[in-house]
Design a protein around this ligand. Structure first.
Ligand SMILES: C[S@@+](CC[C@H](N)C(=O)[O-])C[C@H]1O[C@@H](n2cnc3c(N)ncnc32)[C@H](O)[C@@H]1O
Length: 207
């Protein structure tokens, strides 16, 4: 992605970071003083806006889309905007996090694994176990939103043929949310579902 005007990029994408914060139902104040990881951080705008709000978040993604990662990996030809240097960005996979046991107070994942871009229930379980490993006792994993949208469920697991034909968007959404929570709680019974201020669901796991 060519980024000729970094200031404009931040301005345009500031809303995305606030959206993530609202979807996952926390205030910047809740995060202050904590060691925080964001799984599937993409361009790192959440980390930049968090920093502007006095919160340090480590960004992690497996895709060197982020310009700082490109620089670290020696991928040339992309101008590095100054804001990108302000944040800590690490390349890694959600199911093999490059961190020590019990080293984070708070881990977030928005629109990223384990709820999307995963192929199987086993992969979801391995990511949740991996996050549990790096969380301190009493630490929290806040993730979602919108249920598990992935190939982890096959269609017949979610809806019968009759339901498939009959269900509208609301019934489908409700079923996906119910099945998502059922699957998540089969991995760790302490996972809970919550509603944000817009009535949408997110998940929380407290170690
Ligand atoms: C849809 S984007 C979401 C970005 C951002 N969290 C947001 O809410 O706008 C999903 C991100 O997850 C990353 N991702 C997907 N699978 C991953 C994995 N197994 N480990 C680390 N990152 C992953 C992708 O590269 C992508 O940047």
């Amino acid at each position: 992605m060519a980024m000729t005007n970094p200031e404009r990029f931040i301005e345009k994408n500031y809303g995305n970071a606030e959206f993530i914060r609202q979807q996952l139902g926390f205030e910047w104040e809740d995060l202050k003083g904590k060691r925080i990881l964001d799984i599937g951080a993409s361009d790192g705008i959440f980390e930049k806006v968090a920093k502007n709000n006095g919160v340090e978040v480590i960004a992690l993604d497996y895709d060197p889309y982020n310009v700082q990662l490109r620089e670290k990996l020696g991928i040339r030809g992309v101008p590095i905007p100054s804001w990108s240097r302000d944040i800590e960005y690490i390349q890694g996979r959600a199911n093999a996090l490059p961190f020590q046991d019990e080293s984070f107070d708070f881990v977030i994942s928005h629109a990223a694994p384990p709820t999307i871009l995963v192929d199987s229930k086993e992969e979801i379980a391995s990511i949740i176990k991996e996050v549990e490993r790096i969380l301190k006792k009493g630490g929290e994993f806040r993730f979602g939103s919108l249920g598990i949208v992935s190939y982890a469920f096959d269609d017949r697991e979610l809806f019968t043929e009759g339901e498939e034909a009959r269900f509208g968007v609301e019934e489908r959404t409700r079923r996906i949310l119910d099945k998502s929570l059922e699957l998540l709680q089969s991995i760790d019974p302490s996972i809970t579902a919550h509603e944000n201020q817009d009535g949408e669901s997110y998940y929380s796991l407290i170690k």
